[in-house]
Design a protein around this ligand. Structure first.
Ligand SMILES: *[C@@H]1O[C@H](CO)[C@@H](O)[C@H](O)[C@H]1NC(C)=O
Ligand SMILES: *[C@@H]1O[C@H](CO)[C@@H](O)[C@H](O)[C@H]1NC(C)=O
Ligand SMILES: *[C@@H]1O[C@H](CO)[C@@H](O)[C@H](O)[C@H]1NC(C)=O
Ligand SMILES: *[C@@H]1O[C@H](CO)[C@@H](O)[C@H](O)[C@H]1NC(C)=O
Ligand SMILES: *[C@@H]1O[C@H](CO)[C@@H](O)[C@H](O)[C@H]1NC(C)=O
Ligand SMILES: *[C@@H]1O[C@H](CO)[C@@H](O)[C@H](O)[C@H]1NC(C)=O
Length: 357
């Protein structure tokens, strides 16, 4: 997500925690077995591809809000290139895997010691196809990894111990709507976005990555950019229905890919649609108030979270408690929002568990 115009720890305790939880929840034998297996073979690296939902610093400082105040106010306490007030989904996934959040590709030469945790190739504003952003699309991001393999920065064995996360969070669709807009043409465009996504997933697999997770598309019709007209009261169900088609095609395609791959479990879809909906529909469970209302907004319709005027006076306002907001700006969740989504993913799906073996 994110478009320059539209504004657009460590886990040594995890095995113990899992054991305690499994006892607590009375998991069955097979799952207990799975967990033992998981503990023996945790992946060592996380590779991240995609857009602003997972970009942790690649987008240039002069480009977008992610490097401006008040982004990063919760974590790390100042702007640091994340499109949120703090951590994003892949930070939580890295934590789950017991590894450091991967280094942004841009900083790879400055943080040599940390390359063993993997790398983040994601750039805000990008899609699987070209968008209004000049940042590298996903094909180019994957080529960056290919180049690093050629340069022996990563070995075959590194990749065989890696998980890739692929975020396709909607910039292709925002760009389509902004430049073409025909609702009749939308379904066939969705099919081509899913096709290109599949091409990218296969490309990543051919480089030797063992597990590849792709995010299902979140309900774009519930983002503040879609709900502003209703004063952040109502999701746009027309838009969400179209997203349903994207997710259906993606799930079908991934099932097919798995049937063709040796172990039937290389590719995993994270159901961000149902997860977002579930958190948005039960906000109080997650201590969230006014779930559709963004925390940081521009003072006028020309302004966005992070805007300043010529005299550097801020043209936005931030809510009192980012911890009780789900959305940070018009497009992106807060750290609290991502944390709620991560918790929900852990309790309602097996997707994250499947990453650990
Ligand atoms: C990705 O970007 C490159 C370089 O701009 C371009 O040649 C290529 O067509 C793009 N790929 C897709 C699938 O749009
Ligand atoms: C990848 O790791 C698995 C499990 O350790 C092993 O069975 C497999 O042979 C490895 N593949 C390659 C290409 O090294
Ligand atoms: C835009 O719409 C036209 C006609 O509806 C169609 O031919 C064209 O392929 C569309 N462009 C994209 C990028 O889908
Ligand atoms: C997607 O790929 C399949 C098989 O590779 C092909 O049959 C289909 O026409 C493609 N669809 C689009 C919209 O590109
Ligand atoms: C809902 O979303 C669709 C697709 O983006 C758009 O065409 C329509 O105008 C939106 N409706 C409202 C009420 O915003
Ligand atoms: C592959 O996994 C799916 C979903 O877990 C399952 O329904 C299917 O039977 C499996 N296929 C094979 C060949 O193991």
């Amino acid at each position: 997500m994110m478009d320059s115009h539209k504004q657009l720890f460590f886990l040594s305790f995890l095995p113990l925690l899992l054991l305690l939880l499994s006892g607590h929840m009375g998991l069955q034998l097979t799952e207990a077995h799975l967990q033992r297996h998981e503990m023996n073979y945790p992946p060592k690296m996380l590779l991240v591809f995609g857009d602003s939902y997972v970009d942790t610093g690649n987008t240039r400082i002069d480009q977008a809000g992610s490097w401006k105040n008040p982004y990063g106010v919760t974590f790390p306490g100042k702007p640091a290139g994340r499109f949120s007030d703090g951590r994003v989904l892949t930070d939580f996934i890295a934590k789950y895997l017991g590894i450091k959040s991967p280094v942004p590709y841009k900083f790879r030469k400055l943080m040599l010691k940390q390359l063993k945790s993997g790398m983040n190739f994601a750039y805000g504003g990008t899609g699987v196809f070209d968008t209004s952003s000049k940042n590298p699309n996903m094909t180019i991001q994957i080529d960056f990894l290919k180049q690093l393999i050629k340069e022996h920065v990563y070995t075959t064995s590194d990749l065989n111990n890696s998980v890739a996360y692929v975020s396709v969070a909607g910039n292709d669709y925002n760009f389509y709507l902004a430049t073409n807009g025909s609702i009749e043409g939308f379904p066939s465009f969705i099919a081509s976005v899913v096709n290109q996504t599949v091409t990218n997933l296969l490309h990543i697999q051919r480089l030797g990555v063992r597990k590849i997770v792709v995010g299902g598309l979140q309900p774009l019709g519930c983002l503040p950019s879609s709900t502003a007209l209703s004063s952040f009261q109502q999701c746009n169900s027309t838009f969400n229905d179209l997203i349903g088609l994207h997710n259906k095609l993606l799930n079908q395609a991934v099932t097919k890919l798995n049937q063709k791959s040796k172990d039937n479990s290389t590719f995993i879809v994270l159901d961000l649609f149902d997860t977002f909906m579930s958190v948005l529909n039960h906000p109080s469970t997650n201590n969230i108030k006014d779930p559709l209302k963004p925390c940081c907004v521009g003072l006028s319709s020309q302004d966005f979270c992070g805007s300043v005027d010529e005299r550097n006076v801020k043209q936005y306002k931030v809510c009192d408690s980012p911890k009780s907001a789900f959305f940070w700006d018009l497009l992106h969740p807060t750290q609290a929002g991502w944390h709620a989504v991560y918790n929900k993913l852990q309790t309602t799906t097996s997707a994250l568990r499947r990453l650990r073996y």
